[in-house]
Design a binder for this molecule. Structure first.
Ligand SMILES: C[S@@+](CC[C@H](N)C(=O)[O-])C[C@H]1O[C@@H](n2cnc3c(N)ncnc32)[C@H](O)[C@@H]1O
Length: 240
């Protein structure tokens, strides 16, 4: 499926019936051949949005998967670069892909909801992973990132505007989320992945509650909706 090197339908099915962590362990060797890996176009748009704010010293890619976010962190950070993820399989792939970089990135296996870092980073980024967190988990997630940053540090991530009611994407996301809710009601372990549980307004409130100041910037590469609002924004959450 997706491409000859991508996972088969049977492999995707097996992944979908596993936990999130085990599912990504299974998918890891083929992950870079799926659309789930954040495309370079998104990474580069975020990199461009952050370029004027750096350079930064130490950077963290949270829920790094196979290391897509390094494309953003590496040119912006003068010090160390760390990728954190709870899937050992994804980290093994990231390690393989990142081995050419000197100094090499540090790969840390941890759950983003209970991160072990304190005052360790000046910039944290995260791509494509927030659908794996339930709204009730956001306070622990954001508190952990806040703790992991040094004073003055920045958390940055892109967020897309929800598709309008009239768009086929609206129905695709709604249908996917409904199917996942049914799956999680009848099957254990749960596989938490929803497209519509990370809305900007609620996320912004949770960030502020966790102690961040929040600034939003349009990502011009993705254009604007008919009402003039940006299709995608860069969220800049600062630790004061
Ligand atoms: C869709 S992948 C995105 C990977 C990469 N950031 C990218 O953009 O290509 C989501 C990643 O989040 C990780 N993840 C999900 N929940 C996590 C958690 N609670 N703690 C740490 N990692 C988590 C998964 O293991 C997976 O590698």
């Amino acid at each position: 499926m997706f491409s000859p090197e991508g996972p088969s339908l049977r492999e995707l099915g097996e992944q979908a019936l596993s936990s999130v962590e085990r599912g990504y362990d299974l998918l890891a060797p083929r992950f870079d051949h799926t659309p789930f890996r954040t495309p370079d176009r998104f990474l580069d748009a975020v990199g461009a949005g952050l370029a004027g704010l750096g350079p930064f010293e130490d950077g963290l890619d949270l829920c790094c998967g196979t290391g897509a976010g390094l494309r953003v962190l590496a040119p912006l950070c003068r010090g160390s670069v760390t990728g954190a993820d709870f899937s050992a399989g994804m980290l093994a792939e990231a390690r393989r892909a990142g081995s050419a970089r000197r100094p090499g990135p540090r790969w840390v296996r941890c759950d983003a909801r209970a991160m072990p870092f304190r005052d360790g980073f000046d910039l944290a980024v995260s791509f494509g992973a927030f659908g794996h967190f339930l709204p009730a988990e956001r306070p622990a997630l954001f508190a952990g990132i806040h703790r992991a940053l040094r004073p003055g540090g920045l958390l940055a991530f892109p967020i897309g505007a929800p598709p309008p009611f009239s768009s086929p994407w609206y129905w695709a996301f709604a249908g996917f989320d409904a199917a996942m809710r049914v799956r999680n009601a009848v099957w254990r372990p749960p596989f938490v992945m929803y497209y519509r549980t990370f809305p900007l307004r609620a996320v912004r409130e949770d960030l502020i509650r966790a102690g961040f100041t929040v600034e939003l910037r349009p990502l011009p590469e993705f254009g604007r909706r008919p009402d003039g609002s940006p299709r995608a924004r860069l969220v800049l959450a600062g630790r004061a």
